[in-house]
Design a protein around this ligand. Sequence first.
Ligand code: UTP
Length: 292
Amino acid sequence: MIKKQSIHKAVIPAAGLGTRFLPVTKSMPKEMLPIIDKPVIHYVVEEAVASGIDDIIIITGRGKRAIEDYFDAAPELEMWLKDQHKDATLKRLREISNFPTIHYVRQKEPNGLGDALLRAENHIGNEPFAVLLGDDIISNAKPCTAQLMAVYSRFTSSVISIEHVPREKVCNYGIIKGNAIEPDLFRIEDIVEKPTPETAPSDMGAVGRYIFVPEIFDCLKSTDPGVGNEIQLTDAIHHLLKDHPVYAYKFEGKRYDTGDKLGYIETIIDFALRDENLKQELMAFLRKKVHI
Ligand code: UTP
């Protein structure tokens, strides 16, 4: 009998080279790009914590030390803010040091998302876990990871988040073929990494949130390098499907792909428009720019 376990561990892969953002990513992780005054990965950790995760492991690599520094405590800075009576700023800073302990493991070479995930195997052990990509923000009252956990608890099976993608963009995603069992829930039959629009089995692409049973690690180990000569998570999911059901869930919420230049700009504008201190002036600026 399959033992149902609750999910309390999450892996956040953040070791990619971020080539679409060169040259800035030469000395700065793309996961640390600011959305106004917080880095992208802050929102990702926030989502994990809001979903009930209390054990986080971030996969880092060369040039990614800024991520560890960001989540570390900053006693001197906190002391200075306290002396200056900058209480609001101090409170915001303390929110970061109050996150659960974050563990780090390095991926020595950026050999792909699948390889990055495999670095977390020892830490995760034999239990189901969540994966949140370090450059994808998903905004919703009920966090996307919590939505996937709810599906996991119904089926005790792996579940991945999906959204419709424009046909011309299917070549950037893992695309699923699935049977709808509810309007937003599919049992996956197959998944293909970066198909052409002509060969894509659907227009439903996997995005940056997943729940996996621990058997995914054996599948990752037996996965050969695929597209881009990288160990592709999509290919490992394809193997997992042989012996384990995998579900796909059309989550509620807005996804921001901050690893893409346009996606990054859209994220900043949307988040600034939600900020009461910035909204009015930004709207006036945008109106002037586009003459509406
Ligand atoms: P991406 O494919 O978007 O990241 O991976 P990338 O390769 O850094 O991007 P570009 O195309 O060169 O600009 C999604 C997530 O997986 C992590 C990335 O850091 C990102 O958060 N990743 C990717 C790894 O941890 N290791 C890898 O080898 C590849």
